[in-house]
Ligand binder design. Sequence first.
Ligand SMILES: Cc1cc2nc3c(=O)[nH]c(=O)nc-3n(C[C@H](O)[C@H](O)[C@H](O)COP(=O)(O)OP(=O)(O)OC[C@H]3O[C@@H](n4cnc5c(N)ncnc54)[C@H](O)[C@@H]3O)c2cc1C
Ligand code: SF4
Length: 329
Amino acid sequence: MRPFTYTRAADAAEAVRLADAGRARYLGGGTNLVDLMRETIERPSALVDVTGLDSTIEATGDGGLVIGAAARNVTVAEHRLVRTRYPALSKAIVAGASPQIRNMATIGGNILQRTRCAYFYDEDGSRCNKRRPGQGCDAIEGFHRTHAILGASTACAAVHPSDLCVALAAFDAVVHLRGADGERTVPLTELHVLPGDRPDVEIVLRPGELITAVELPALPVAASSAYRKVRDRASYAFALVSVAAAVEVEHGMVREVRIALGGVAPKPWRAWTAEAALRGGSATPERFREAAEAELAAAVPLPGNAFKVELAQRTITAVLADLAGEQAA
Ligand SMILES: Cc1cc2nc3c(=O)[nH]c(=O)nc-3n(C[C@H](O)[C@H](O)[C@H](O)COP(=O)(O)OP(=O)(O)OC[C@H]3O[C@@H](n4cnc5c(N)ncnc54)[C@H](O)[C@@H]3O)c2cc1C
Ligand code: SF4
């Protein structure tokens, strides 16, 4: 039994002040943090409950949205403006976890959830560079079917498990942060970092920084978007590969496109290469496949997860073809 204090913050300023002391952790829905505490991977001396902070979902004047970090996943998924302006975001949330977990989980907590690599959770029996830098990684030589094919290193190949973050990455979301030094914003695509030789460093947040909100810019193409998650079971399973995509086709040509991938990298993976290959070109399944192959050219799979390369290529191609087909119909 490890003692810790529990305090419910009344506002963001108080949360940051409370988190300044010792090994404090912010508590959202607790659906990941409490598990990590039970496994003794997280050992906070203080929990600062932030579920009473901003949970509003508000339209911005120019057609974007600002979502308070304490908003529950289910509330965001069901919100009318999320469903109409960013349908892939709603679908990504619903593709994750179970109804009970989505009822509890917050947007801030979902963004900062830790990897689901089984060795990472096996504190007593496995070597893990993310838990203990320099210890070694049992996944690289062991079970890594679910692990990364893009952006991994020889030190760690764990994937970021969030579905929500894949859609946020596709739609240029910006994360609002508040810390002891004031407020700042970071693009979602720059919030999580690749492992390199320090897999224990996962995010660019400074100690004690609080996520206060996530902002989605006005993005007309996002109204025609989709999220497809390929997994071992139809529900309650993390992605082997997932794709959030939006495309606007005009006279058979790709006018605008957004693509991000989940289940393949240590961070939500924006498919910049595929997008650049597609923009301004013809909207045909052949071009979609070529763009997907260009994105996956950088893949470095492990023996047990090489299937993900083809799976990712096929999923990108299929999602784009479906979206383009809907616009042609
Ligand atoms: C069985 C199971 C299946 C799941 N399947 C999926 C899935 O398929 N897809 C998916 O995307 N997710 C899945 N999840 C993960 C689930 O969505 C996350 O556990 C959840 O989103 C975390 O949100 P939370 O509010 O409970 O976070 P918490 O557990 O409370 O916190 C997680 C982390 O975020 C930090 N944190 C929380 N709020 C803030 C804040 N405002 N600012 C700064 N730091 C903060 C905490 O300190 C902690 O480090 C699954 C979880 C379980 C248990
Ligand atoms: S893949 Fe990463 S999280 Fe998993 S055991 Fe290796 S170092 Fe740890």
